[in-house]
Design a protein around this ligand. Structure first.
Ligand code: ARG
Length: 585
């Protein structure tokens, strides 16, 4: 087995058994955490003392007497009102890291979850025939990172890109295309930009006719009915819009350096056939009721103006189905078809109320329950550097591709300035990895529920909590390893460690625990914070501990080993978040 128990877990186990040996009647969590005073501090005795009505310091002393120091715990002492300060043996630190280093599965010794589930994750869901905006960017970036982290824990993840490919606006678009054939070039003949500009043109033109020509409006309305009833010619034209849009979507996802699988693009239209049944089931179960002709669900706690209840509309009075019906039908499919244990939605906070109502409806219907749960990772709005809603100077919404291109361009400036021996082609390649990484990192390092400022200057800055800083740390390590030439990294547990080495080593040990915590809480920013701290601890180590000029050959090898493990941990963590780490920068 290549998996390694973290030092935190080893110490926690020892403390837990010492605690329960001291007070068998009360169970307590040792509440272990990293500390500046010693390696770890345990605060759990305070709670136990309260429960057992004992003096915390006395209790702590008793617990200490039951801990055997030796291979792992070198020293443990009582401090303050009854904390324990724990120091780990140098040897244990290095041996633990050496076991991680030896793991050739690429997991750095991190074990898989014991009982993983199936998470269906709904993210990166743009709308057909429409430009993608910065909100769609957040969903894609956060969703992809969550998926990377969840996969790493051993969870099975299934992506669902719930694209907006259905609804009344397609009547207008299809009718226009029918009357102006050839306006959309075949998808194989256009690139993403051309595809979007074709779609924009058709959208604008059809809108103009729709608004000015009553007869057209009527034909468009009939077209919606034809679409919903599955008319062949109508569906073919609809498919053209979907295909043309996909060319555009893929070009953006490609720019974002993100892999999207075609079979996971399952939009609103896919649930069309299941919607009548969803409505029937909800009505039969009494979850939904008829109100003024429509089929709706009411909630006690959701009220609008004048305290009037705001219902979720499953079916409109004219018989049509909308967004809610497609989401309810999608839940049935994900729970009963895909056998999901968790449904995760990465959707703009402005749709929170919608999901609250949809989830509650599904719970009343029994589709969701204690074993199958749904969460909305509602993310905040993207703001401009000035903290105002994101707009161009002219007040227009910013095109996502322009934004990404600009990020890459800024990154190219940074890379060019630093690079001495890179060709122009290499600079471009690095610039893409740095620029796109910067956009992703800035997004992920903000707690998702918060609004975040899209500030390119800050994003590509070499100082501070940015991806470029981490990428440089990684590249610097690679350069040291190259300089070492024939001297190979090797662990030497017999050596005494410098304080900076211990701090780095203990942090390296915490990688797996951090990913598990961040994945369980759907909190990518906990992983970015970990990685940033890793790079900072590495910098401190590098300042204080000469690597290639260390005192002895063993010391050189051991430090190279710490360098290499740091690099592997950095690159792994960044990869989980969808960010690349170039070998040279
Ligand atoms: N297409 C929607 C939008 O652009 C997001 C879809 C979210 N997912 C869902 N299952 N409703 O706002």
């Amino acid at each position: 087995m290549a998996s390694v128990t973290s030092l935190t877990d080893l110490v926690s186990e020892q403390l837990t058994s010492a605690l329960s040996a001291t007070r068998p009647e009360a169970s307590a969590d040792p509440l272990l955490r990293r500390s500046d005073r010693a390696d770890f501090q345990a605060n759990g005795i305070l709670a136990l003392a309260k429960k057992a009505k004992a003096n915390p310091r006395d209790l702590a002393t008793e617990v200490v007497s039951r801990i055997t120091t030796g291979d792992v715990i070198k020293d443990v002492e009582v401090s303050g009102p009854g904390f324990l300060n724990i120091t780990i043996a140098d040897r244990a630190v290095v041996e633990n890291l050496a076991a991680r280093y030896a793991d050739d599965t690429g997991r750095l010794g991190v074990p898989l979850a014991e009982n993983p589930g199936v998470t269906v994750i709904d993210y990166a869901q743009p709308n057909v025939a429409k430009e993608m905006h910065v909100g769609h960017l957040r969903s894609a970036v956060i969703g992809d990172a969550l998926r990377g982290m969840l996969d790493f824990t051993g969870e099975t993840t299934i992506g669902r890109h719930h694209i907006g490919d259905w609804g009344t606006q397609f009547g207008m678009l299809i009718q226009y295309l029918l009357e102006h054939p050839g306006e959309l070039a075949p998808p194989s003949e256009v690139d993403g930009e051309q595809a979007m500009s074709n779609l924009n043109r058709v959208y604008k033109a059809s809108r103009a006719v729709f608004d000015s020509d009553e007869a057209f409006k009527e034909r468009a309305r009939k077209r919606v009915v034809a679409l919903q009833s599955g008319d062949k010619e109508t569906l073919e034209l609809w498919q053209q819009f979907v295909d043309e849009s996909k060319v555009y979507f893929y070009s953006v996802f490609d720019k974002l350096d993100m892999e999207i699988r075609d079979e996971e693009i399952v939009g609103e239209s896919a649930y069309n056939d299941g919607m009548p049944e969803t409505a029937r089931l909800l009505e039969e179960m009494g979850v939904a009721e008829r109100s003024e002709g429509a089929l709706v669900v009411f909630f006690d706690d959701i009220r609008g103006k004048d305290d009037q209840p705001v219902p979720l509309i499953v079916q409109k009075a004219d018989g049509g189905f909308g967004y809610a019906a497609s989401d309810l039908t999608a839940i049935r499919d994900r729970v009963f078809g895909l056998r999901a244990t968790t449904l995760l939605y990465v959707v703009d906070v402005r749709q929170s109320l919608h999901f609250k109502m949809v989830f509650e409806t599904a719970r009343r219907a029994g589709w969701l329950n204690d074993d199958v749960t749904a969460h909305n990772m509602a993310y905040g709005t993207v703001l401009g550097a000035d903290g105002k809603p994101f707009k161009t100077r002219a007040g227009e919404t910013v095109r996502l591709e322009d934004l990404l291109d600009e990020a890459v361009q800024r990154a190219a400036e940074v890379v060019r300035e630093k690079a001495k021996d890179l060709t122009e082609e290499e600079i471009q390649e690095r610039a893409e990895q740095v620029g796109i990484g910067a956009v992703k990192y800035a997004d992920l390092s903000t707690s998702p529920s918060r609004d975040y400022k899209f500030d390119l200057d800050q994003m590509v800055s070499l100082n501070g909590d940015t991806s470029v800083y981490l990428q440089y740390a990684y590249a610097r390590i690679q350069s040291i390893l190259r300089k070492a030439g024939d001297v190979r990294p090797a662990a030497h547990p017999e050596l005494e460690l410098h304080a900076a080495e211990r701090a780095l080593g203990l942090h390296l040990d915490a990688f797996g625990d951090t990913v598990f915590e961040a994945a369980a809480e759907y909190a990518p920013h906990k992983l970015t914070a970990y990685l940033y701290q890793l790079a900072s601890l590495y910098t401190a180590f590098y300042d204080k501990c000469p690597v290639l000029k260390a005192d002895s050959p063993q010391q050189v090898e051991n430090r190279l080993f710490l360098c290499d493990l740091t690099a592997r941990t950095l690159t792994k963590g960044m990869a989980l978040l969808g960010i690349r780490t170039p070998e040279r920068l």
